[in-house]
Design a protein around this ligand. Structure first.
Ligand code: EPZ
Length: 422
């Protein structure tokens, strides 16, 4: 398993290109199952999760060809010859559950392994299943698989989510595009990745209104046609790299960055003493003084502060002047980066879903271990600002969500390298 060696090296200056969004691509790819015509995605990120989703779609009989070094995904599910998504693939990536709605909508039957939990929480899929049942699906859970049927096809229905779920909203929207009649989804997730999915489905001929607001209405159609669609910019990669000049000093331009994707996050950066300026090519970030100020953070569904930036923000606040309180309200176990940051000299007190961080003048480099995707990059950010060397192990977590992280940070002056521990 590879490690990454980071050595604190002062301010960062230059430009970092931001890739297409992992979490948009992982729902856009299953959308190919809704049509027997080709769906091509451009601006796709080069990540191991995308390769896992490619393998899953190919196991169902879809064709997925990667072009232009992986930035273009040409897909066609003209001939689906398998309607079972195996545990072997699904256990590697929970987003695999997103093939359930499209397969059911298109062919009236699907067997998908339950994804199981992951490091950050139990992550059940009950809301996905309830949404499909509201559209007439008959579901039978056995042997760790969901056996789903919709004899005569799905029917439009009322999907009322008790709380916001990104994935369940995505599954419901995709399933509803081919259901007979109208589906109304209330308390729908508003994430930009869902807006991106709807824009792609609309290009395929779907009739959908209300994306980005709390209620989405879908008028089912008989079939969807092919399309070409660019994956939206990755707001989590964007926010992650915005924190690099914030924690190290210097001035970095994030190419492709869009302010509308990181509104709540930028409000917190401003309160902490970080300037974010829109440029012709993206966003430029610069710390106002020598040290950021403490701020309190509560994670919420979009447009609130994203849970996927909580770990990275904690790394910044470990070096702030004053005490910050971070509340993680989306997942039940998303502070696993805290003990690793404490190894680097951070002062963090975790009680349940609340972490109290008292800033220290300087973190100290240390060997630390990545536990999940966003924790891994939080440790790299801390290492960039720490005194001395930090070795982050188990960086396979990082490869799931960040393409070329070493190259992108080296380009702005970071001392960082990947070590292969064969
Ligand atoms: C998506 O996961 C993202 N993943 C996550 O990003 C992100 O953290 C999360 O949304 C929240 O924004 C992808 O898009 C592939 P949820 P998802 O359903 O859809 C509970 C990353 O780092 N819940 O909005 O699984 C769930 O346990 C990843 O890129 C149920 O109880 O998230 C969680 O506590 C991590 N029942 C809360 O709801 C359900 O049926 C929100 O989950 C579904 C979810």
């Amino acid at each position: 398993m590879d490690s990454i060696l980071v050595t604190g090296n002062g301010p960062l200056n230059g430009r970092i290109p931001i890739a297409g969004a992992k979490n948009a691509c992982l729902t856009l790819m299953p959308a190919t199952l809704l049509s027997d015509e080709p769906l091509t995605l451009t601006n796709a990120p080069r990540l191991s999760d995308i390769r896992t989703m490619t393998t899953l779609l190919q196991s169902l009989g879809a064709e997925v060809t990667t072009l232009q070094d992986g930035q273009v995904l040409a897909m066609s599910s003209h001939d689906l010859n398998n309607h079972t998504a195996d545990y072997d693939i699904v256990r590697k990536m929970r987003a695999s559950i997103l093939v359930l709605g499209p397969m059911l909508a298109r062919d009236g039957h699907a067997v998908v392994s339950l994804p199981g939990g992951c490091a950050i929480g139990a992550r059940p899929v009950d809301l996905h299943l309830k949404a499909l049942e509201a559209m007439g699906a008959e579901l039978d859970l056995r042997d760790g698989y969901v056996h789903a049927k919709a004899s005569g096809g799905l029917k439009g229905g009322k999907v009322e989510f008790p709380f916001v779920s990104v994935g369940a909203t995505e599954n419901a929207v995709m399933a509803a595009t081919l259901a007979k009649g109208t589906t109304v989804i209330t308390n729908a997730a508003r994430e930009p990745e869902i807006v991106d999915l709807v824009q792609c489905l609309r290009k395929m001929g779907a009739q959908i209104e209300g994306e980005g607001a709390g209620t989405i209405t879908i008028q089912g159609v008989d079939r969807l046609h092919g399309a070409t669609h660019p994956v939206v910019t990755d707001r989590i990669e964007l926010g992650t790299y915005m924190l690099a000049p914030a924690i190290c000093g210097g001035e970095v331009e994030l190419l492709g960055g869009r302010l509308d994707l990181v509104g709540a996050f930028c409000e917190k950066l401003d309160a902490a003493g970080i300037d974010v300026t829109e440029t012709r090519d993206g966003l430029t970030v610069k710390r106002r003084g020598d040290r950021v100020q403490a701020v309190d953070v509560v994670t919420e569904p979009f447009p609130g502060f994203p849970t996927d930036l909580q770990a990275q923000m904690m790394a910044l606040l470990c070096t702030a002047e004053g005490t910050s309180v971070l509340e993680e309200k989306i997942f039940e176990n998303r502070f696993m980066h805290a003990p690793e940051l404490i190894r680097m000299g951070a002062s963090i007190d975790v009680h349940g879903g609340t972490a109290t961080v008292t800033g220290v003048d300087r973190l100290k480099g240390a060997p630390v271990m990545a536990t999940d995707l966003r924790a891994s990059v939080s440790l790299i950010l801390a290492g960039l600002a720490a005194e001395g060397e930090t070795v982050v192990s188990r960086v396979y977590h990082l490869d799931r969500g960040y393409e070329h992280v070493v190259r992108k940070l080296e380009a702005v002056g970071a001392r960082i390298e990947r070590i292969s521990n064969q």
